[in-house]
Design a protein around this ligand. Structure first.
Ligand code: ADP
Length: 548
């Protein structure tokens, strides 16, 4: 099989594929090789094509060890398919690249890349050299992006409207996902999360400040945004209060965040500790008690209301904390401690002696959240205003739903973040692709020879997007495309796209089906780049059996 095939580059930097085991292999050259690449790409694309758009189908993936994933996300589908074809793997990398940089549009980019390869193959059959095709496609992509940029709408001009636009864009991105029934709620969560933590001046969003946390149980509708941190923990003693509010007269609840263990230091003695009498034992006992008290005094003196500890402590320490009305949480992980420190603007304190008022964190309340009838509890550290971190807490009836809801939310968080970075949008439902396609066709008419071929081919590849959306929505692809093109040309409605959900209008502006400009641009550039790369692979040695 091809699993022992590797990608390599020759001395000219041209990529090719090597299969290590040379027994019973035949070589494929030039056109034959390219055809088989295109076929491999096509077979991958055909699997995920049916997931594109709001009427796209979900896929159920079952891993070799039986774990089930339900998803509509192109990058996820591809990453879980066991592909042993090098070209197919390149498509996986492509959708991952789109995912890393943009976070959305991972299905679309693969559909586009595969359409470009299909078109390239036809040009190869016409006798055009692959490198020339790649160059022509590059030109076409440049033209597309420039044209796309000239048709963008900036939704960031009006600050009050901007939040509404963010909400609508987030909702569009959720349209095809499992959460689509609750898309208002999830879209609002995405907008609130991003606006809570975004850096307005730098126009950026640090995703480290947004935590996605899922928990099986309840329904998707029970999901909430928490202004702060949520821990899979409870207070260390059942008699500690379930809710800690600021002390009388105080504004905030104060937290000591400790990485030192809550245990007395070992008595400093050179000799082995030898306890032979009751008296000695009692002395040691009271030494330990005194040390505990000192530690608790240190904490109390600093003004802390609650102690968050990285380490555990024994029953005795726990009891003393309870007696001294100092609610505590033990065994809190390092990452969570950091989150708490950021969220509460506190410092992580490594030694009791270092503790002081200015190092404490502040929050509005800390409480145990219970779930219905189960004994499950989680601890919430919440800010009423101005939280530096937020947690999207996702509920759902089973793990598959919770996981897919998290992926969907991640996508819409990305869409919102992208609009914060660059508030220009283009219209979805294939409208932007049709606009670009028409611009390319017009340009093609002015060209002769090769340019004409490449531009027309690129335009035809762009048409695949609206056609696929139409097909997935049960519409006739060709009729839909023809109709939309005529709307765009004759009626000058450049926002005309596929009415996937049967809303009764093809005006995507009216439906507010928008995609961030930077996401669409990235799709075009990445798909073109991948196509060039595959067109340059000239030589492949494949196994005797037919792989494709
Ligand atoms: P991707 O993983 O590429 O984001 P999606 O399955 O999310 O794929 O589909 C995105 C495509 O669906 C985009 O072209 C987008 O414009 C289009 N789309 C989303 N919602 C609608 C809608 N309500 N009507 C028409 N097209 C839509």
């Amino acid at each position: 099989d091809m699993s022992n095939a590797i990608m390599a580059q020759d001395e000219m930097g041209r990529p090719f594929v090597i299969v290590r085991d040379q027994g019973n292999k035949k070589r494929e050259h030039g056109i034959e090789a390219k055809k088989s690449h295109v076929l491999a790409a096509r077979s991958v694309a055909s699997i995920i094509k049916t997931s594109l758009g709001p009427r796209g189908l979900d896929k159920i993936l079952i891993s070799p060890d039986g774990e089930i994933t339900i998803t509509n996300d192109g990058a996820t589908i591809l990453s879980q398919m066991e592909l042993n074809n090098e070209i197919a793997k390149l498509l996986v990398q492509l959708s991952r690249a789109q995912d890393d940089e943009i976070g959305d549009g991972t299905t679309g980019v693969v559909v586009l890349a595969s359409a470009l390869l299909d078109q390239a193959l036809e040009l190869i059959d016409k006798g055009i050299h692959p490198i020339k095709i790649a160059n022509g496609f590059d030109e076409a992509a440049k033209l597309c992006v420039a044209h796309l940029e000239s048709t963008t709408d900036d939704v960031g001009n009006d600050e009050t409207l901007f939040t509404q636009h963010l909400f609508k864009a987030a909702r569009t991105s959720l349209g095809s996902k499992i959460v689509s029934k609750n898309h208002d709620k999830f879209a609002q969560m995405a907008v609130d999360a991003v606006t809570a933590v975004m850096d307005k001046d730098r126009k950026d969003v640090d995703f480290d400040l947004i935590k996605l946390q899922g928990r099986v149980g309840g329904s998707l509708l029970d999901s909430t945004l928490i202004n702060g941190v949520i821990l899979d923990k409870d207070f260390s003693h059942p008699q500690m209060p379930k809710m800690v509010l600021p002390k009388e007269g105080a504004k905030d609840v104060k937290l000591a965040i400790l990485t030192c263990p809550f245990e007395p230091p070992k008595p400093k003695t050179k000799h082995k500790l030898d306890i032979s009498t009751v008296e000695e034992y009692n002395r040691l006992q009271s030494y330990e008690q005194d040390k505990f008290k000192e530690m608790i005094d240190d904490v109390k003196k600093s003004g802390a209301d609650v102690v968050i500890c990285q380490w555990g402590f024994d029953d005795e320490a726990n009891h003393l904390l309870l007696q001294n009305e100092l609610p505590a949480v033990r065994w809190v992980g390092g990452q969570e401690l950091e989150q708490i420190a950021i969220s509460t603007n506190g410092r992580i304190v490594p030694r009791f002696g270092d503790l002081s008022a200015d190092k404490l964190g502040s929050c509005s309340k800390i409480y145990e959240m219970e779930f219905g009838t189960t004994k499950d509890r989680m601890l919430v550290i919440e800010q009423d205003t101005g939280s530096k971190t937020v947690t999207c807490f996702i509920r759902g009836s089973n793990k598959m739903i919770v996981d897919e809801a998290q992926r969907a939310l991640h996508d819409s968080l990305c869409v919102v973040r992208n609009l914060v970075r660059d508030s220009r949008v283009v219209y979805g439902g294939g409208a932007a692709e049709i606009t670009m396609s028409l611009a390319l066709s017009e340009e093609a008419d002015k060209q002769s020879g090769l340019g004409q071929y490449a531009f027309n081919a690129f335009a035809a590849a762009l048409d695949t997007i609206p056609m696929t959306l139409a097909e997935n929505s049960g519409l006739d692809p060709i009729e839909t495309l023809t109709n939309l093109k005529s709307k765009q040309i004759n009626e000058k409605i450049s926002t005309a796209g596929v009415d996937c959900l049967g809303k009764g209008t093809i005006d995507m502006k009216e439906l507010f089906v928008v995609d961030p400009y930077i996401g669409k641009k990235q799709q075009i550039l990445l798909a073109t780049q991948l196509c060039r790369m595959i067109l340059k692979i000239d030589n492949v040695i494949i196994s005797g059996k037919d792989e494709y």
